[in-house]
Design a protein around this ligand. Structure first.
Ligand SMILES: [Zn+2]
Length: 376
């Protein structure tokens, strides 16, 4: 069974809600039709000419990218310019292009979490480096006949409800009496048509991230025994899990600069990197940020990180780091973001498979680093 573009968009929204993207970032479906069917997806860091050609060659109908396809507002689609020609080619080829950019940067499990995972660091504890907000939460209240509450609780927990910090399956339950009268057209699980029924029910309440609303409600309907499910959803004025850019990582043991450089070269798709040593022997608290982390150096220094691993540091970033005495490893924008791209591929593949869709999800073929380096 093919999926629709909107199904894939919903899965992406669950992972990285567009509402948490930084202001002005054009995330979401940039080209395409949500109603169109999809049976092949190409996941890439950049939706550039190379990616579009690979999508067309492999007959993929949809591209999921981290960097947006259209970043600056277009005033024309003039095919005499390279950007106009690319947009026109995508539209003519019926390609659907969806981007998850800063929403994927800040979401828990996103860009920097995948970088941390890829680096295979001995992690004791992580915290968000620059907090940009928190996950919105909803409260679900559902009434379920006694004896069926555990099945529902387990299904909702598997779908992501009831998670509070390090505790899963968090619910509160009270018992009471539910009443209903099945109509002549009803097919009741309990009771008979036209007769008032009184049933011992459990009122089960739990919380879940607002971005998972569609998945949680679907799970609720699928796993509740009643034909018509009585439930309420409440918005909550609570701070959910912190979201933001980069990570502060406390390591299990001190690692040297050489060791951290080795972790980058050994685990990321790059053969070269540059670093600045502040002369410190070892680091127990480090900061990382996939992509371009120059604007976070001060945050990293203020949080007492001894070293900051990211990409795309500029000359003035180095000067700032030197002033704050925080060592830098620049492992490249691309290399520090590729881990989240392969994570996205696995996420979509597993999600679509679990829901019974026959959709092939592929990772864009890796391309060598565009820059050449020489030593004089
Ligand atoms: Zn980036």
């Amino acid at each position: 069974m093919k999926a629709s573009v909107s199904t894939v968009m919903n899965y992406m929204e669950e992972l990285a809600p567009s509402s948490i993207a930084l202001p002005g970032d054009p995330v979401g479906l940039q080209i395409g039709n949500p109603e169109s069917p999809v049976d092949k997806i190409l996941v890439a860091l950049d939706p550039d000419r190379d990616t579009i050609e690979e999508a067309l060659k492999s007959k993929a109908q949809m591209i999921i990218s981290h960097h947006p396809f259209i970043y600056n507002k277009l005033s024309s689609i003039n095919e005499a310019c390279s950007s106009g020609a690319l947009v026109a080619q995508a539209v003519r080829s019926n390609l659907h292009i969806f981007s998850a950019h800063t929403n994927l940067d800040v979401t828990p499990g996103g860009v920097s979490y995948q970088l941390a995972e890829a680096l295979k660091l001995p992690i004791r504890k992580t915290a968000v480096l620059e907090v940009t907000g928190s996950k919105k939460l909803l409260k679900l209240v559902v009434f379920v006949p006694q004896g069926h509450e555990d099945n529902l609780l387990n299904a909702l927990s598997r779908a992501g409800a009831g998670q509070i910090g390090r505790y899963s399956h968090c619910t509160f339950q009270t018992s009471g009496t539910g009443t209903f009268m099945p109509s002549a057209d009803a097919n009741p699980f309990i009771g008979s048509q036209g007769q008032l029924e009184k049933v011992s029910e459990i009122r089960l309440e739990t919380i879940f991230p607002a971005a998972s609303r569609r998945a949680i409600v679907n799970t609720l309907i699928e796993n509740h025994p009643y034909e018509e499910v009585a439930y309420d959803l409440y918005p909550l004025d609570l701070e959910g899990e912190e979201i933001g850019l980069g990570l502060i990582i406390d390591l299990e043991k001190e690692l040297s600069l050489n060791h951290l450089v080795g972790k980058c070269l050994g685990n990321l798709e790059t053969k070269t990197l540059r670093y600045w040593s502040n002369g410190r022997e070892g680091f127990k608290r480090i900061a990382i940020c996939g992509g371009s982390g120059g604007s976070l150096i001060e945050h990293a220094a203020r949080r007492n990180a001894g070293i900051f691993i990211s990409g795309d540091f500029r000359y003035h970033d180095l000067k700032d780091a030197q002033a704050m005495n925080i060592a830098l490893i620049d492992a490249g924008h691309k290399a520090t973001e590729l881990p989240v791209v392969s994570y996205l591929k696995d996420y979509l593949k597993n999600k679509l498979e679990a829901e019974g869709y026959g959709v092939e999800v592929n990772l864009k073929a890796s391309t060598p680093d565009s820059w050449s380096y020489v030593q004089g």
